[in-house]
Design a protein around this ligand. Sequence first.
Ligand code: NDP
Length: 335
Amino acid sequence: MTLPSTAREIHLASRPTGYPTEANFELVEAPVPTPGDGQLLVRNLVMSVDPYMRGRMNDAESYIAPFRVGEVLEGGAVGEVVASNAAGFAVGDVVLHFAGWREYAAVDAAGAVPVDPGVAPVNAYLGVLGMPGMTAYAGLLDVAGFREGDVVFVSGAAGAVGQVAGQVARLRGAKRVVGSAGSAEKVAYLVDELGFDAAFNYKDGPVADQLAAAAPDGIDVYFDNVGGDHLDAALRSFNAHGRAALCGSISNYNTPDPVGPRHLGLAVGKRLTLRGFLIGDHEHVRGEFTREVGGWVADGSLRYRETVTEGIEHAPEAFIGMLRGDNIGKALVTL
Ligand code: NDP
């Protein structure tokens, strides 16, 4: 295969205030890199757009460094090795790595994980069988300490993480699984396709009222992807000794003035446990996650969707659309 001398990548043009716009990104034609010793040249097939990338667009201290203005962005991607200077990797291998947002990447072999497109489609390694799926699994089981018979509420339930979290709860024996999402189509997806017991559109009315109606006997576990009024509603619906996995707070990512829960005081009397977590600390569940969720995907008992945008030039649009709720399931960009 003859390699091109240049290829496209997306740079951060400027930092957004509020919701990002396409003007914050720049499509740049750059030389295809030459892999050094111990590196692979990878032609990316698919890349991930994730909510946490919004935080990296700010110039702010966080658990992960900010993107740099004028430089290429990064994130999860799966691609095919087209040249290898590293033992153990050959041309044609397919690898998961962290140099997305570009068509060709020079990747350290140490940062490349081989994946088998014969076991699952490459997209799945960025979604249901990848970081978001494992986040759902670890958050529900490890962080919230889910137990059979719990009533579980999942917000952002029709997204990459939420769609898995709700189904793991169902398949592990939840008494009732309730989800919230931002459209009637998503609500129907949750109930009709994924087997949630109840779901509501949080845009239809106060979250607290809708949650109370959907879970009349209260909730035991809350998987929080949204924060703000959703977390507040969960505090009010919690039964005694309820447990929340604080996974994300996307309702506050694009506002300079975040909304916090007003009913945190209820945590005292109800003896609640509210635990934040980062998936990077839960590597120990990977084996069990891959076996159990992989098995459910293979036998069809766990279903999932992806929203796939084609072309690196549309990656900013896919990212912005995901932040606004255009996606059902994992948002991906094929290159
Ligand atoms: P999703 O696939 O769920 O996409 C984001 C979704 O957020 C949108 O589709 C939209 O759906 C919803 N959303 C946007 N704005 C709002 C709002 N104001 N209120 C409620 N919902 C909103 O993304 P992921 O599944 O990848 O991520 C879900 C959450 O998990 C995020 O908070 C993310 O930061 C977090 N996360 C945390 C990790 C960790 O280690 N702690 C790891 C991975 C993800 P809708 O139409 O329903 O509004």
